[in-house]
Design a protein around this ligand. Structure first.
Ligand SMILES: Cc1cc2nc3c(=O)[nH]c(=O)nc-3n(C[C@H](O)[C@H](O)[C@H](O)COP(=O)(O)OP(=O)(O)OC[C@H]3O[C@@H](n4cnc5c(N)ncnc54)[C@H](O)[C@@H]3O)c2cc1C
Length: 238
């Protein structure tokens, strides 16, 4: 097996190292001290295409591969964990949408995420559960052609820069299901970020809601599960 990096991977690694040393390193201590959301670093990563590295260009990604993504995370994290976290935690919602989203959901939500115009929250962990998905208590109740989702999450990273959220709740079948939600919508409350010991600057925050109105459910069709979509809510456009 050939473990050598190809030319594109070496180029991305070198670009990442350059950004990490010249842009991230001078900011690292301040971010660690204040834990403030590093909008300038997000913008820099976005300009280099690092917030959508392994995804196809047709969805706004850089069209590179997963090894390039790992190299970028590695180079950033070597200098400051937050740099790697912005890329890697961002990939949680991106990957969920890319792997399980319908074509329409991908075309609507991936381009701004992959171009780094805004971030996505991946809200799985709750105050009472992290490792055990079965213990999730957030619920999504059918409400006409929409869902009423209520619950509380914690450790929702990237919240300060997010305009889309993939949140997990138990639906009417008691299955844990992902919903695409607008975190700026009324009813979605995001608290002040936690003062964590590590991963500072990642905007890791508590969030809670009851929210009513139609929310789109991420299709699980590719895994053979049910693919249920509710009708398009006005806040998401057509
Ligand atoms: C900075 C930060 C950012 C985060 N960002 C996000 C985010 O964006 N979105 C999100 O959803 N979550 C996020 N998380 C949450 C993270 O994913 C959880 O902390 C993690 O899933 C563990 O859950 P927990 O903290 O409840 O620990 P617990 O599940 O309570 O686990 C505590 C300890 O018990 C061990 N343990 C648990 N179950 C078992 C078992 N069955 N057998 C043996 N050992 C076990 C664990 O390994 C761990 O050492 C973030 C956390 C941090 C600290």
């Amino acid at each position: 097996m050939d473990f050598a990096l190809n030319e594109q991977q070496r180029m991305i690694q070198s670009l990442a190292r350059d950004f990490a040393e010249k842009t991230l390193r001078p900011r690292a201590r301040e971010i660690d001290r204040t834990s403030e959301w590093p909008a300038d670093i997000v913008e820099g990563l976005a300009k280099l295409g690092f917030l959508g590295l392994p995804y196809p260009q047709e969805y706004g990604g850089a069209g590179a591969d997963y090894l390039s993504y790992v190299l970028a995370v590695e180079e950033m994290s070597r200098v400051a964990m937050v740099g790697g976290a912005l890329i890697a935690i961002g990939a949680l919602s991106e990957e969920a949408l890319f792997t399980f989203g319908t074509e329409e959901q991908k075309r609507q939500h991936l381009p701004p995420l992959l171009r780094g115009e805004h971030m996505g929250i991946f809200a799985f962990t709750e105050p009472g559960t992290g490792s055990d998905p079965r213990a999730i208590t957030s619920v999504a109740k059918p409400d006409g052609d929409s869902y009423l989702i209520s619950g509380e999450k914690t450790f929702a990273s990237l919240a300060p820069g997010a305009k889309v959220a993939v949140i997990f709740a138990k639906d009417e079948t008691e299955q844990v299901t992902a919903f695409i939600v607008d975190p700026l919508a009324p009813g979605f409350t995001i608290g002040k970020h936690w003062e964590t010991m590590g991963l500072r600057g990642s905007g890791t925050s508590p969030s809670s809601w009851p929210m009513s109105g139609c929310r789109r459910r991420i299709s699980w069709a590719r895994r053979g599960g049910a693919s249920t979509s509710c009708s398009t809510p006005s806040m998401w456009g057509s």
